[in-house]
Design a protein around this ligand. Structure first.
Ligand code: ATP
Ligand code: ATP
Length: 184
């Protein structure tokens, strides 16, 4: 019976995109690069319960450029007043940004390849405009062109003045597997 459920879940998965399963940006626990890793911040991090924390530049929550792993904090003393920036830049955890319309099956393939299991999610309309830094011409919007664009555009560059993006969420492998297993 549960096998059947998973099979149905797998079929449902093919109809869904990242937006359908992501954690909304308002609920994402993030830190500013400028934050000092004092006892208070350490407590907030540990209370959050998350193992991977997006790190943004200054006070712009769209400018997420790094990830902080809680495990990176193991050797840091609370009294050194080291910044998030120092730790995040030292460890250089890979952070990917995907389009909210990316099919879940495509993201699952990405995750399956193995070197990352968390991605930030950006608002869709930004993708076309800033695809590889070039404005994409909508007149070529045949179905095939559209799908090609989607695949090529799954990995987006981080926010910059030239290519501003709006982050709308965060997605992990767990969000996909949950979708697979809980489906009725
Ligand atoms: P792990 O299971 O490896 O300890 P985790 O519990 O931090 O990691 P996941 O298990 O991958 O994270 O995801 C659980 C849920 O939490 C998912 O819905 C995911 O979208 C969400 N999530 C993960 N990281 C964050 C974060 N920093 N802020 C808010 N939600 C997050
Ligand atoms: P994630 O990126 O999903 O948050 P992670 O990279 O910390 O997590 P996993 O995704 O659980 O770790 O594992 C990635 C790979 O690293 C797996 O092949 C796993 O076997 C291996 N791995 C994880 N922890 C260790 C460890 N302590 N020693 C050796 N290999 C490990």
């Amino acid at each position: 019976l549960s096998t059947l459920k998973i099979a149905i879940g797998a079929m449902e998965l093919t109809k869904k995109c990242v937006r359908d399963v992501m954690t909304d940006i308002d609920d994402v626990f993030m830190l500013s690069e400028d934050q000092v890793l004092n006892a208070e911040t350490m407590t907030r991090i540990s209370d959050s319960g998350y193992t991977r924390i997006p790190v943004y530049e200054g006070n712009n929550r769209n400018k997420v450029k790094n990830l902080l792993y809680v495990s990176d904090l193991a050797l840091i003393g609370k009294d050194n007043n080291i910044t998030v920036k120092a730790v995040a830049r030292f460890n250089k955890r890979r952070l990917r940004i995907v389009d909210e319309t990316m099919p879940l099956t495509a993201l699952m393939d990405e995750f399956k390849m193995g070197d990352y299991h968390l991605a930030m999610v950006a608002k869709a309309m930004d993708v076309k405009k800033h695809h590889h830094g070039k404005f994409v011409d909508d007149s070529m919007d045949s179905f095939i062109m559209k799908s090609m664009k989607l695949v090529e555009a799954t990995m987006l560059p981080p926010h910059s003045e030239d290519h501003p993006i709006t982050l709308v969420g965060l997605v992990t492998l767990e969000d996909i597997t949950e979708e697979l297993l809980q489906s009725e």
